[in-house]
Design a protein around this ligand. Structure first.
Ligand code: AMP
Length: 216
């Protein structure tokens, strides 16, 4: 089944975690602009150098940069079978550009699922978050610790705290989210594509909520 959908939600809502699981279930790639940008930062490309300043301050990378990344990514062969967008779109301008891109590529969307979590919970989650350098899997110091400290359960890679998961950047990311990304909920409501699920509870429960929202 070709499944094409967007996961919306604040930073720390569980988009990445759920996108990885759902990518497996549906056999489609997770397309995360955050992961793509972090890869560019790591590789030290000009795009990565430009992106880093925005990422480290908790703001957004310019629309035209991420729209260009997505335009190219959607043309790759694996995306022909469907995709899960995680962290894109993040502004109304990006959502409008995506709509034009998908029309041009003759691709329809099956849905937009918003994973709802309140701010205080997001702050707690981001503050203790650990990310695997190897595969990008996420853990939490208190809520979901890895079996062995500092080591990824999935791939054995080293866990680190993302620069933007530091206390001083978290509040800024939330402010950015409310200012620039939260309006997308209304955008997709108007488009008639929006489904909302609670992002509280066990990972598996949330996966099931998203799947039934998409399939009903
Ligand atoms: P994420 O991994 O989705 O939390 O993204 C980490 C950071 O990358 C964000 O705080 C932004 O600075 C940047 N970023 C990721 N996706 C986008 C996007 N669609 N538009 C603008 N900036 C983005």
């Amino acid at each position: 089944m070709a499944m094409r959908f967007i996961l919306l939600g604040g930073p720390g809502a569980g988009k990445g975690t759920q996108a990885k699981i759902l990518a497996d279930r549906y056999g489609v790639p997770q397309i995360s602009t955050g992961d793509m940008l972090r890869a560019a930062v790591k590789a030290g490309t000009p795009l990565g150098r430009e992106a880093k300043t925005h990422m480290d301050s908790g703001g957004l990378v310019p629309d035209e940069v991420v729209i260009g990344l997505i335009d190219e990514r959607l043309d790759q062969k694996d995306a022909g079978r469907g995709f899960i967008l995680d962290g894109f779109p993040r502004t109304v301008a990006q959502a409008e550009a995506l709509k034009r891109l998908l029309n041009r590529k003759d691709m329809g969307l099956d849905g937009v699922v918003s994973i709802d979590v309140d701010d205080e919970e997001l702050v707690q989650r981001l503050g203790g978050r650990l990310t695997c350098q190897g595969c990008g899997a996420m853990f939490h110091k208190v809520f979901t610790p890895p079996a062995k400290e500092g080591v990824c359960d999935t791939c054995g890679g080293a866990l680190y705290q993302r620069n933007d998961d530091k206390e001083e950047t978290i509040r800024e990311r939330l402010a950015t989210y409310h200012r620039q990304t939260a309006p997308l909920v209304d955008f997709y409501k108007t488009e008639g594509a929006l489904k909302s699920v609670s992002g509280l509870g066990g990972i598996e429960d949330i996966t099931n909520r998203i799947m039934s929202a998409l399939e009903n």
